[in-house]
Design a protein around this ligand. Structure first.
Ligand SMILES: Cc1cc2nc3c(=O)[nH]c(=O)nc-3n(C[C@H](O)[C@H](O)[C@H](O)COP(=O)(O)OP(=O)(O)OC[C@H]3O[C@@H](n4cnc5c(N)ncnc54)[C@H](O)[C@@H]3O)c2cc1C
Length: 557
């Protein structure tokens, strides 16, 4: 990197901000779960990393990038990350393949700049994590939930919303809960909404309360795009309700899927606002949460039916598990629980509620038993582990972040048992993970077709077909298929990528279209000549005429 550019950058940075082109500093950001290093044509590189400490620096850096753009020796592009934990979609690696990319690390911009306890609105900078907001709400006794995801405490709330991620708290779709954005277009022009600009009051509160603003809705252009950098975002938080229960409907028979789908839809339509999103998991996916990989974590092969049957009977894992939650007053929860029970009674299934006496007693019993006894008796160990996962899953539905879901990424990690389960970090720990995350209309026959499709394709590549469906609404399901592989095994990495490619290509023919793509797919799947991407490119030329921001991110060219 040219010393001239280094000094230009250092001149615009605040004293506490950091700039480095040292290989060991850069290496930290290049550790992705996606295994892109395995392929000559997919390797990313960074020229430097800038860690900002003040949001005002975002504009200064954008301006500098634009000024340098026409100078061959000084030209660079920026790739912003908030916490850089986009595991399975790129982690913290840049989308583009150029050799002059500077990573713009916004992870130290961690101010909660505004909180309205009456309205439940919080305004955050990019580096504010799920854990930070959780601590803040807890410290101040604010009875609101964090919009958590399975990715856990260390992840940015703002970046997850920009990726249009979702969780299973009442406001499932995280971008839907974004009421206001401020930031900068790539050309350096500040963005704030028209409502904000018109509002002549001092506090300018109304902008934070109304998502759509006035005039063209531009805030969506900051999501899944490369047109601007967001410096702050206001989120609408869901209120903690006086009562809650989660429900687990277990079906022993795989063929009951078709019968269960209309019942799930009925629950979602009839109890909208009371029942959060519903997850439907198959047996293998459930086993990945509770069982040890029977093949050993270093084997690049799927579980055999015998192993599955054995594990399923040991752990009493059903063919399908429906997981959801009811939020409301005690009376509402009681009534809706009864209604849900009646709805699912039509099926041969077991119905478990987190507030049922058996679960409460089981927790109490495990709590009073000494740890040595639990560790000594295998059956008690299993029960304690299952209860722990169950309770942590329940905490996630209550908006309390934890790392319980991250275990999935270690299914094929050679040293899976060696990690402290409270410190998991799939990128830094060397896990292999890609996601296939298609949208599926919520019709039983389409969902069955999808299940058969996944079960046919994944094993061809020695990838375990773990199936989860998450209801985004009563009419739309997203399935997140984790493609978990051993990152240290080149054949496994190759198979994982080929598996994902086949799933995407064959899936499109069946109408299964991903809602989100990893940084590699963004380069080959999207057709730059289509009407949609041509329009995006026109916007790009206007908002980023020098192409200095996140080249290739959701923008084929
Ligand atoms: C086991 C497991 C479970 C997971 N569960 C979920 C889940 O339930 N839901 C879910 O959505 N995801 C899930 N993930 C995927 C992913 O890890 C999360 O979505 C995570 O929150 C994304 O990383 P991040 O928040 O650190 O974003 P970052 O990596 O910081 O950013 C993500 C993207 O947004 C862009 N960006 C970031 N900040 C800005 C900014 N200020 N301005 C402009 N662009 C910006 C970046 O360029 C980047 O491409 C899971 C992953 C694992 C391994």
């Amino acid at each position: 990197m040219s010393p001239q550019l280094a000094s230009l950058i250092e001149n615009v940075l605040a004293t506490k901000s950091r700039f480095s082109s040292a290989p060991q500093q850069l290496a930290r950001f290049m550790r992705g779960t996606e295994g892109l290093d395995n392929f000559d044509n997919k390797q990313r590189q960074l020229m430097a990393v800038i860690t900002l400490t003040d949001v005002s620096e975002i504009k200064l850096i954008l301006d500098l990038a634009n000024q340098c753009a026409k100078d061959e020796k000084l030209a660079f592009s920026l790739y912003p990350i908030s916490t850089g934990n986009n595991w399975g979609y790129g982690t913290s690696q840049p989308t583009g393949l150029a050799n002059n990319i500077i990573l713009l690390d916004l992870g130290r911009l961690t101010k909660i700049t505004h909180f309205d306890s009456e309205l439940g609105l919080v305004t955050i900078e990019p580096g504010v994590t799920q854990q930070q907001l959780s601590d803040f709400l807890h410290q101040h006794n604010h009875d609101y939930m964090v919009p958590v995801t399975g990715a856990g405490p260390s992840c940015s709330l703002l970046a997850n919303a920009l990726e249009r991620g979702y969780g299973i708290t009442p406001y499932t779709d995280h971008f839907s809960a974004v009421t206001s954005i401020q930031g900068y277009w790539a050309n350096g022009r500040p963005y704030q909404s028209a409502v904000y600009e018109l509002d002549a009051s001092e506090e300018k509160l109304v902008d934070k309360t109304f998502k759509w603003g006035l005039g063209p809705y531009l805030e969506g252009l900051f999501t899944q795009s490369n047109l601007g950098i967001v410096s702050q975002m206001t989120l609408r938080l869901a209120k903690i309700k006086p009562d809650f229960t989660s429900f687990f409907i277990q079906m022993a028979d795989d063929s009951l899927l078709e019968a269960a789908v209309p019942l799930i839809r009925e629950v979602l339509q009839d109890y909208e606002g009371i029942v959060g999103s519903i997850n439907l998991m198959d047996q293998r996916r459930l086993l990945s949460m509770f069982a040890k990989n029977p093949n050993g974590n270093d084997a690049h092969q799927v579980m055999l039916s015998n192993d599955i049957n054995k594990l399923a009977s040991e752990l009493r894992a059903p063919s399908w598990t429906i997981v959801g939650s009811i939020y409301g007053s005690s009376r509402v929860v009681k009534v809706v629980k009864k209604e849900i029970d009646d709805i699912f009674k039509q099926l041969p299934c077991k119905r478990i509620y987190s507030n049922s006496l058996s679960i409460i007693l089981a927790n109490k019993t495990i709590d009073i038993l000494p740890a040595w006894l639990i560790n000594k008796v295998p059956m008690l160990t299993t029960i304690a582990e299952q209860l722990d996962s169950f309770n942590k899953g329940k905490d996630i539905m209550l908006g309390k972040p934890n790392k319980v879901a991250l275990k999935l990424a270690y299914w094929r990690h050679k040293d899976a048992d060696g990690f402290d389960k409270d410190k998991l970090s799939p990128g830094q720990d060397g896990c292999g993970l890609l996601w296939y995350a298609p949208l599926i209309p919520m019709k039983a026959n389409k969902m069955r077709e999808f299940v058969e499709f996944i079960r046919a394709i994944c094993p061809k590549f020695n990838i375990e077909p773990f199936i989860t469906f998450t209801n985004l609404k009563h009419d739309c399901v997203d399935s997140t298929i984790p493609i978990v592989f051993d990152l240290s095994n080149p054949k496994a990495v190759n198979d994982a990528h080929n598996c994902l490619k086949m799933l995407v290509e064959q899936g499109l023919k069946k109408g299964f279209v991903p809602y989100r793509l990893n940084i590699d797919q963004q380069q080959w799947l999207l057709n730059k000549d289509s009407d949609f991407w041509q329009t995006v490119n026109q916007l790009k030329s206007s908002l980023d005429p020098n192409n200095i921001l996140s080249q290739g991110r959701y923008n084929p060219n």
